[in-house]
Design a protein around this ligand. Structure first.
Ligand SMILES: [Zn+2]
Length: 315
C-alpha cells in the first residue's frame, strides 16, 4: 500500500500526516504557522514534512493544501489572505528540500477532495461543497475530478453575489455570499440582532458579558442551542443565504450531492433546517426533477491532511 504525506497550511497552524490509500492517518504532527514570515512558513512546511518522511521513508509524494490562491499549474501561491505569501514558488521549493514530488492546491479543494474520496461524497461522481469558516471556500467535483477552471481559480463560491449592491466584500464586489453566510456574517447578524432586540438576546448578551459588540461565533452557537431568539435568527439567516446559493448552484451544475463543511455545521439543525427549507422552496419549480441532497461534511479536522495526501497520490 503506498503512503503519501498531506500538509494543511492554515493561518495559525501547519498540520501534517502520513496517509494510506484508504484515507487512514498513520502519523501526524503540527507546528504553529509563522504567518507574517513567508520564508518561515515555507520552512515550517518542510520541517513538518521531513519529520514525517523520517518516520515513514516509504512515503512517495507530498500534497499541500493552503488557504491561498494557487496558479493554474499548481506550482505557485499567487496570494494568501492570511499568510504573507505573494507569488511564492512553494511547490518546487518543498520538492527540492524533501526530494519528493509535491502537489499544491487550495484548502477548499483539498477538504472537498477528502469528502469526495472518503466522506459523504464517496458514492458520488459530481459534488459541490461550500466550506463555511471565517470566510467561505468552495469546490466543484465533475466526473470524478476537481474542477479548477481555465485559470485555476474556479469555485470561488464565496464571491458569487447574494445581494445586489449589498454589503461590501474584501474582493471588491458588493453583496458576495461571504458577506451573508460566513462565520464573520454570523457574528455580524448576532451583534446587530442583540443591539436591536436585546430582550430576545438574553442568553447571548449574558455570554458576551452584556456587550453586543463582544459577541463571538461560539457564543452564538451556544446561545442558539439554549433557544436564544437572536442567536437562532443569526443561524437562520446564514442558512437562508446558503440555501439560495445552493439552489443557484443546483440550477447551473446539477451535481449529485451538495456538501456544507466548516465549523458552522456543529450547529446541526439550527443551520441545516433553515438551509434545507430555503433550498427546497427555491427549487419548488423543479418538482418533476430530482435535486441533489444536501449533506454535512463528516471528515472534520482531518480533511485537509487526508485530501492533500490523496491528491498527491494521484499526482
Ligand atoms: Zn467577494
Amino acid at each position: 500500500m503506498t503512503l503519501t504525506i498531506g500538509i494543511d497550511v492554515g493561518g495559525t497552524k501547519v498540520a501534517g500526516g502520513v496517509v494510506d490509500e484508504l484515507g487512514n492517518v498513520l502519523a501526524s504532527n503540527r507546528r504553529p504557522t509563522p504567518a507574517d514570515d513567508p520564508a518561515g512558513t515555507r520552512d515550517t512546511i518542510v520541517e513538518v514534512a521531513a519529520e514525517l518522511v523520517e518516520q515513514y521513508p516509504q512515503a512517495t509524494a507530498i500534497g499541500i493544501g493552503a488557504a491561498a490562491w494557487i496558479d493554474a499549474t499548481g506550482s505557485t501561491v499567487l496570494f494568501a489572505p492570511n499568510l504573507a505569501w505573494r507569488d511564492e514558488p512553494l511547490r518546487d521549493y518543498v520538492s527540492k528540500a524533501t526530494g519528493l514530488p509535491v502537489v499544491l492546491d487550495n484548502d477548499a479543494n483539498v477538504a472537498a477532495w477528502a469528502e469526495f474520496r472518503f466522506g459523504v461524497g464517496k458514492q458520488a461522481e459530481s459534488m459541490v461543497m461550500i466550506t463555511v469558516g471565517t470566510g467561505i471556500g468552495g469546490a466543484i467535483v465533475v466526473n470524478g475530478n476537481l474542477w479548477r477552471g481555465a485559470n485555476g481559480i474556479a469555485a470561488e463560491l464565496g464571491h458569487i453575489q447574494s445581494v445586489p449592491d449589498g454589503h461590501p466584500c474584501g474582493c471588491g464586489r458588493l453583496g458576495c455570499l461571504e458577506q451573508y453566510a460566513s462565520g464573520n456574517a454570523l457574528v455580524r447578524f448576532g451583534r446587530a440582532g442583540a443591539r436591536q432586540e436585546p430582550e430576545r438576546a438574553g442568553k447571548l448578551l449574558e455570554l458576551a458579558g452584556g456587550d453586543a459588540l463582544a459577541i463571538t461565533g461560539r457564543q452564538i452557537t451556544e446561545a442558539a442551542r439554549s433557544g436564544d431568539g437572536v442567536a437562532m435568527d443569526a443561524f437562520a439567516q446564514v442558512g437562508y443565504w446558503l440555501g439560495v446559493a445552493l439552489a443557484d448552484l443546483a440550477q447551473s451544475l446539477d451535481p449529485q450531492i451538495m456538501v456544507i463543511g466548516g465549523g458552522v455545521i456543529d450547529a446541526g439543525p439550527l443551520l441545516m433546517g433553515p438551509l434545507e427549507r430555503t433550498y427546497r422552496d427555491q427549487l419548488a419549480n423543479r418538482d418533476r426533477f430530482p435535486v441533489a441532497e444536501i449533506h454535512a461534511a463528516r471528515m472534520g479536522n482531518a480533511a485537509g491532511v487526508v485530501g492533500a495526501a490523496d491528491l498527491a497520490r494521484r499526482g
